[in-house]
Write a protein that binds this ligand. Structure first.
Ligand SMILES: [Zn+2]
Length: 405
């Protein structure tokens, strides 16, 4: 029995670790690889002050903390049926059946209200369900997501990460107050209806957005809206609103947090840059739909950058610029690039991580074809790591390709 109990402790600890690392992806973007772009007007407008503040501002990007797990229940004083329900809840959580997990843990909490392990597990499950609903897109789901997150805080009032997430969700909901919504075939476009520039120029966005959907649908072999997902939400802000809503610095190009959020100053003038940012963030949306939450940061960011341009010449120029900046310095181990690249903290290292990710994705495409890249994403949805998909397809370790970069 003792062995069984320790196995349960270990499982709980692993769940906590997994929850902390992969809890949600808050895809905050910098202006990504700062490759020189001679015609990039928008980039030149970034004030120097903002550029200097970049590393500090990255710290402000909110992410979930690792959950601290309380001790597992003592079997001697807890009715075994609750222990069993708790175990079943952990299994459901592992299988990503979040609603079922919440139900089981809530039953445990109702049965033994003073048991901290049950409350902690119920909080974790509620928070994950809240995030999942939030990311689904519709207003109803976002509100349900917020409600579950509030319940999670009720269960675990000391979890500051949940409190911060609630604050963030409320801020994001409020940021769209008074926005007009325009429904396209595959998108929901949300913007301030008082901005006559957007009202007028938003006419130019639908064809661009729909063509990106078709292109990425083919690439990823993934048609989220046709398979019943909510339409992809695109929220347009002024720079100030974007900063207020996301807490991300003025330097940011955009963000994907279940919705694509981008600051737009002058749609006509910055069309090229806005198209680049939209392609980048919508790529993250497709990575999320096709590969789930476990797609590593290097593949996610590598692909998003690689897809930024639809024309081969510009793409080749960007890869060449990244190549030049990356130089012959040391590579960053893929094991360090599993989460958000912003986790690397130091700005130069983050830049190198973006560059290396683009270079690796480009090398894989050049040597083995782009299909393999998208298969690596799809594999993640079946808990198959990209390295394994690569090995099975090519009979070679991905590390060898990285070493040769
Ligand atoms: Zn990105």
């Amino acid at each position: 029995m003792r062995a069984l109990r320790y196995a349960l402790y270990l499982l709980l600890a692993l769940m906590g670790l997994w929850g902390g690392l992969g809890f949600w992806h808050w895809y905050a973007e910098s202006r990504a690889p700062q490759a020189p772009r001679p015609h990039d007007e928008a980039a030149r407008e970034v004030p120097e002050e903002s550029a200097r503040a970049l590393p500090r501002r990255r710290e402000a990007v909110f992410r979930m903390q690792e959950q601290e797990l309380a001790q597992a229940p003592e079997r001697t004083r807890i009715d075994p049926r609750w222990v069993e329900k708790n175990r079943a809840g952990i299994e459901k959580l592992k299988a990503r059946e979040l609603e079922a997990a919440v139900k089981l843990f809530e039953e445990c909490v109702a049965g033994v209200p003073e048991e901290t392990v049950f409350r902690a597990n119920a909080a974790e499950a509620c928070a994950r369900l809240g995030n999942q609903q939030w990311e689904q897109g519709s207003k109803e789901n976002r509100e349900a997501g917020l409600a579950h997150m509030r319940r999670a805080l009720e269960l675990a009032p000391s979890r500051e990460d949940i409190a911060q997430r609630i604050e963030q969700m409320q801020r994001l909901l409020a940021s769209e107050d008074g926005h007009w919504t325009e429904s396209l075939d595959h998108y929901e476009l949300s913007f301030d209806g008082n901005r006559s520039d957007l009202l007028w120029d938003s006419l130019t966005l639908p064809p661009l957005l729909e063509s990106i959907y078709g292109e990425y649908g083919e690439h990823f072999d993934c048609w989220p809206v046709e398979r019943g997902r909510e339409k992809i939400r695109i929220v347009l802000y002024t720079r100030e609103e974007f900063h207020a809503a996301t807490g991300i610095g003025h330097w940011a190009g955009g963000v994907f947090d279940g919705a694509v959020r981008i600051p737009v100053t002058d749609l006509k003038k910055d069309k090229r840059e806005i198209e680049r940012v939209l392609r980048h963030e919508i790529a993250h949306a497709f990575v999320h739909y096709a590969g789930g939450r476990s797609v590593p940061g290097w593949l996610n960011e590598g692909l998003a950058q690689w897809l930024e341009s639809s024309d081969f010449v510009t793409r080749a120029q960007r890869v060449a610029a990244a190549r030049k900046q990356f130089g012959d310095g040391p590579k960053i181990a893929l094991s360090e690039l599993g989460g958000s690249l912003a986790d690397l903290k130091e700005e130069p290292r983050i830049q190198r991580a973006y560059q290396q990710s683009l270079l690796l994705v480009d090398r894989i495409e050049k040597e083995y074809g782009e299909r393999l890249l998208f298969q690596m994403v799809q594999g993640c949805a079946q808990d198959k790591r990209p390295e394994a998909t690569f090995r099975d397809a090519i009979q070679l370790e991905l590390q060898v390709i990285l070493d040769e970069l």
